[in-house]
Design a protein. Structure first.
Length: 384
């Protein structure tokens, strides 16, 4: 039986140009270089339609592939390819143009596309990753705020656990408004802190040399932190709204897992999606996330068991959930953490990574089998 003639295209994407190569069963039939502006991409699309292209592939080059993908998404069957896998394929890679090599690999069915989520998930990802960036910016501004306070010899950060606490913010706000007397500033310090370190110690820590410039800079930093926090809240509201509109069942199910609340649930959906077809097994998902240990073994000697690279955003949120889940009493994750850390003397951080992996396996089963989360300990108690 003869296979129908296939016409495919390969795109070599750069910041300011796209190189197109079209091939069919007879070989290369067209190649051209285009710009990256929308009219240029429309012209490239017309040329591909002219030659009957049905399938195309492009390398995942930084973020430059994203606008190309968006313009061509509804017109062609696209594949996003990791450059690492193309380079590993045999061939005269140094003698042919990149676009031609990509098209050749697609035509011979040597590669498969990377995971590109649906448009709603992509929107959620943008909000989610913006929130990660905002959190980093807030942390940097808090460090600058404390540096400014230390310059004035206001040393309360030596006696509190977190510079983002309510007491610290209220003291900084009072200073920005021109209040510098220790007797007035100490009214904003929490009672437990006063009892722990003593009133005299805290008065000494609040006694400093504050100029008008210092007050102005502290006020500016506080305004920037409040603005960043407001943007972060707005992103979370948008994410929650999108999840409730498109994935209400998955959002509710995720929050039944110990340690997972609304923020974590929306973040998991944003990075993972709800369709597990791209991950044939739970092990494939664990590897994609980067929670699988490396296989560095030679001559029977284990050289390392560090986790592999993967989706750092999903891994971060899962490990945060693992810390919360390990502290929730009468749950499987709490009992697992206690046994591994206390009885078996394992590293607490490694145990949290193991809990995050177990949590991800549970999520894969929930989404692929359309089931709710059932804690093993509670299940056994009901059976008994």
């Amino acid at each position: 039986m003869n296979r129908p003639n296939r016409t495919v295209a390969g795109l070599d994407v750069h910041k300011d140009s796209v190189f197109l190569c079209i091939i069919d069963d007879s070989g290369k039939i067209f190649e051209h270089k285009y710009g990256v502006l929308t009219p240029d991409l429309d012209c490239m699309s017309n040329d591909m339609h002219k030659y009957g292209v049905t399938e195309l592939a492009m390398e995942s080059t930084s973020i430059y592939w994203i606008p190309i993908w968006r313009v061509l998404e509804e017109m062609f069957d696209q594949k996003l390819v990791n450059p690492y896998f193309i380079k590993q394929l045999p061939g005269r890679k140094t003698d042919v143009k990149d676009a031609e090599w990509i098209a050749t690999c697609v035509h011979k069915e040597l590669i498969r596309g990377s995971y590109v989520p649906e448009p709603v998930i992509q929107q959620l990802r943008q909000y989610n990753r913006m929130m990660f960036d905002l959190s980093k910016d807030i942390s940097r501004k808090l460090v600058k705020l404390d540096t400014c306070m230390q310059r004035c010899n206001i040393r309360i950060s030596n006696y509190i656990s977190n510079v983002d606490s309510k007491s610290y913010r209220m003291v900084a706000k009072a200073i920005s408004q021109g209040v510098t007397k220790p007797e007035e500033l100490i009214k904003h310090i929490h009672g437990r802190t006063l009892n722990k370190h003593g009133r005299d110690t805290m008065l000494a820590a609040l006694t400093g040399v504050v100029t008008e410039v210092d007050s102005d800079i502290i006020g500016m930093l506080l305004e920037e932190i409040e603005t960043l926090a407001a943007h972060k809240d707005k992103c979370q509201e948008k994410m929650t709204s999108l999840c409730k509109k498109h994935y209400p069942k998955q959002l509710e199910r995720l929050q039944k897992i110990p340690g997972v609340k609304e923020r974590s649930a929306t973040s998991i959906i944003a990075e993972l999606g709800v369709d597990m077809k791209m991950f044939a097994t739970a092990s494939a998902l664990v590897s994609w996330c980067g929670l699988r240990p490396r296989n560095e073994e030679s001559a029977g000697r284990i050289k390392g068991r560090r986790i592999v690279h993967g989706n750092k955003y999903l891994r971060t949120i899962l490990i945060e959930c693992a810390w919360a889940a390990s502290k929730k009493q009468k749950t499987f994750f709490n009992r697992f953490s206690y046994i591994q850390v206390t009885a078996k003397k394992k590293s607490r951080m490694k145990v949290q990574v193991a809990i995050a992996r177990k949590m991800l396996v549970a999520i894969w089963n929930m989404f692929s089998k359309d089931q709710d989360y059932i804690d093993p300990i509670l299940k056994h108690q009901k059976v008994a």
